[in-house]
Design a protein around this ligand. Structure first.
Ligand SMILES: Nc1ncnc2c1ncn2[C@@H]1O[C@H](COP(=O)(O)OP(=O)(O)OP(=O)(O)O)[C@@H](O)[C@H]1O
Length: 249
């Protein structure tokens, strides 16, 4: 079996007496969608923050592409290809959709944001940025400011930005939140396709989406993983049903 892209071992994080992450270990393998589910306050976002680098773990290791990234800041992890999206919006609201993606393309190319104004017509930025917008179905809205896009369109734009960074793994925190049933369906099939580009750690409350997408599901309760397995294993696990899935399984 291929090596894990992301490997978390015995991660711990407390806020005062509260153990928000209490010895979490998990792996993300190539081509995989690994869903992380659990009740409100279980510690899902806290875990994503520690992986992305916006929050420092108290102890434990995080390996990405075979390298210990625990000492790297968020920007350095992003440069290695760890793409995080959704709960914190990365959009520059006053810029068009196209400009938002161009900024991401430029960041990946390593040039300074200072020169952005002078390169708005630079084909090395506009062409890949437009290609990303086409891929997420937003090409016709390229020149609309981010602030004027609908909720669903902003989600599509966030994915285009994540794609522009050539990610080696996605960290998605509740992508379905606020989407209507139609939007969720479309986003589900898009994420399904996206797994071929890079594997995905997916925090999601929408169980239809989780059950449709996940190769593996880990259930977090009070900072601990109480079960990890395939969708079928998780749906039939009595502890999980009791702790979380009771009414939806
Ligand atoms: N910066 C912080 N300071 C103190 N406590 C925090 C902090 N961040 C999170 N917590 C607490 O840690 C626990 C886990 O929170 P977290 O947001 O990670 O849960 P979650 O599973 O993502 O919840 P939800 O599904 O509602 O988003 C909660 O009890 C929360 O109140």
């Amino acid at each position: 079996m291929s090596e894990p892209v992301l490997e978390i071992h015995d991660l711990r994080k407390s806020f005062g007496a509260l153990k928000a992450t209490d010895g979490v270990s998990l792996e993300l393998r190539p081509g995989q969608i690994h869903a992380l589910i659990g009740p409100n306050g279980a510690g899902k976002s806290t875990l994503i923050h520690q992986i992305a680098g916006s929050l420092k773990a108290d102890s434990g290791t995080i390996r990405f592409l075979g390298r210990d990234i625990g000492g790297l800041d968020m920007a350095a992890r992003a440069r290695l290809g760890l793409a995080r999206s959704f709960q914190i919006s990365s959009l520059a609201q006053e810029f068009s959709a196209l400009r938002n993606v161009m900024l991401a393309v430029q960041a990946r190319q390593g040039s300074s944001f200072r020169f952005f104004r002078q390169v708005t017509d630079d084909k090395t930025l506009t062409e890949p940025a437009m290609a990303m917008l086409e891929r997420v179905g937003l090409a016709t809205r390229a020149h609309v400011p981010a602030a004027e896009l609908s909720h669903g369109e902003r989600r599509q734009l966030e994915i285009a930005i994540a794609l522009a960074l050539s990610p080696r793994a996605f960290l998605f925190d509740e992508p379905m939140a606020g989407m209507g049933p139609e939007g969720s369906k479309r986003l589900t099939s898009f994420l399904d396709e996206l797994r071929h580009q890079a594997p995905m750690l997916l925090v999601e409350h929408d169980m239809d989406a989780v059950f449709a997408l996940a190769d593996r599901v880990s259930v977090l309760v009070y900072g601990r993983i109480i079960a990890s397995g395939t969708v079928d294993e998780i749906r039939s696990d009595p502890d999980v049903r009791r702790a979380y899935l009771g009414e939806t399984a």
